[in-house]
Design a protein around this ligand. Structure first.
Ligand SMILES: *Cc1c(COP(=O)(O)O)cnc(C)c1O
Length: 374
């Protein structure tokens, strides 16, 4: 049996090596390393795939979020609601821009932002909500969008973990993750569901004027060369990354199917185990399993991790500390105990190996090892 990894990028590359190598070689031969044709080709292919009007390739997912918030015309002190149980990026860029990240608790079933908590956090200064589609399943967008419409708020989706995941509205409309709000952001960090071989990211929107603003911001605030209409940043996807992404986008649905198969295997093995809560799938969202995350019930997490590690099975804790208890985001507004769901999840979540190359033999071994420990 091959050594088990959290993410197996080497095994994935082996199956697409000739396509990827040809794409990279083409870029090197053309010497169009930045803003080459490959970037535009990939942009259009991703627009097609997502069914969205504008894709703006940028340097990484964090930049995507920052540029999105910069384009909304917010003022210093404006409030942006973000979940406290997530990766730090959305809160970080809000703080960097002089906005006030307002943290809220999450739903214990889905790990995604609680709509009730968002409702309670809205004040006259609230200008935007950043739902994070955590672990690959869309947040409750129908409820969030109607709340946002009611209060005149912008919605910036953090789709860094959920690219491709369909969401079905109650009227039957199906929309891909990141294409429902005003703006969607994604990351092409190597371990993401659509990952490149370095850093990369993209912004999605159906709004022409926001798209123009974000394109300019990502390019030093320029629309006409060397004329700077606003303060911008330098954030771009390079052509070699675009060449890799072009190949991997063609395989994305097949990669999603492989992740779902692995998740189904885990689900079957753990469904009747009282001490394990398997990830809940809500009917309105597809789950693309960026992570497969269990909740442990009365199990010593560190002991289980050590037991599995001894057997060559890596595990991860996403995330060990909620944002309101992080040194950088601690603030007089928040006390330990304020967000009990997030705080409990940080104590009891455990993510198992999840990638596109897991064999049945590996899945059998992982599930058997977990069950043996229990
Ligand atoms: C990965 C990730 C980001 C940041 O993406 P980078 O490309 O690493 O900047 C932001 N939000 C979430 C939820 C992520 O998983």
């Amino acid at each position: 049996m091959e050594q088990i990894q959290m993410v197996d990028l080497r095994g994935q590359y082996a199956r697409i090596k000739s396509e990827v190598d040809a794409g990279i070689r083409e870029v090197i031969d053309s010497a169009a390393f930045v803003k080459g044709g490959k970037v535009a080709e990939f942009q259009h292919e991703l627009e097609q795939y997502l069914g969205v009007k504008h894709v703006i390739p940028v340097g990484n997912g964090t930049d995507a979020l920052q540029i999105a918030l910069m384009a909304l015309g917010l003022k210093s002190g404006d409030e942006v609601i973000v979940p406290t149980f997530t990766f730090v990026a959305a809160a970080e860029v809000a703080a960097l821009l002089g906005l006030v990240p307002v943290l809220v608790d999450v739903d214990v079933r889905t790990f995604n932002v609680s709509v009730e908590a968002v409702k309670r956090a809205i004040t006259p200064r609230t200008k935007a909500i950043v739902p994070v589609h955590l672990f690959g399943q869309n947040a409750d967008m129908e409820a969030l969008l109607s709340l946002a419409a009611e209060h005149g708020l912008r919605v910036v989706e953090d789709a860094c973990q959920s690219i491709g995941a369909w969401y079905t509205f109650s009227d039957g409309r199906r929309v891909r993750s990141g294409c429902m709000g005003d703006v969607g952001c994604t990351s092409f960090f190597p371990s993401k569901n659509l990952g490149c071989y370095g850093d990369g990211g993209a912004i999605f929107t159906n709004d022409d004027s926001l798209a123009a603003a974000m394109r300019a911001i990502a390019n030093h605030g320029m629309t006409v060369r060397y004329h700077h209409d606003r303060v911008g940043v330098n954030s771009r996807l390079d052509s070699i990354q675009a060449a890799v992404l072009q190949v991997k986008l063609r395989h994305l649905d097949e990669y999603g199917a492989a992740r779902k198969q692995a998740a189904a295997w885990y689900d079957r093995a753990f469904a009747d185990v009282d001490k394990l809560v398997v990830p809940v799938r809500v009917p309105q969202s597809e789950h693309v399993y960026h992570q497969y995350t269990l909740q442990l019930n009365g199990i010593d997490r560190e002991a289980l991790r050590a037991y599995l590690a001894e057997r060559g099975i890596p595990t991860m804790i996403y995330y060990p500390v909620p944002l309101h208890l992080q040194q950088a985001y601690r603030d007089a507004r928040y006390q330990p105990g304020d967000f009990p769901v997030a705080e409990r999840l940080c104590q009891c979540v455990l993510s198992l190996p999840m990638h596109t190359e897991l064999s049945e033999e590996q899945l059998e071994y992982i599930t058997r090892s977990v069950l043996e420990y229990i």
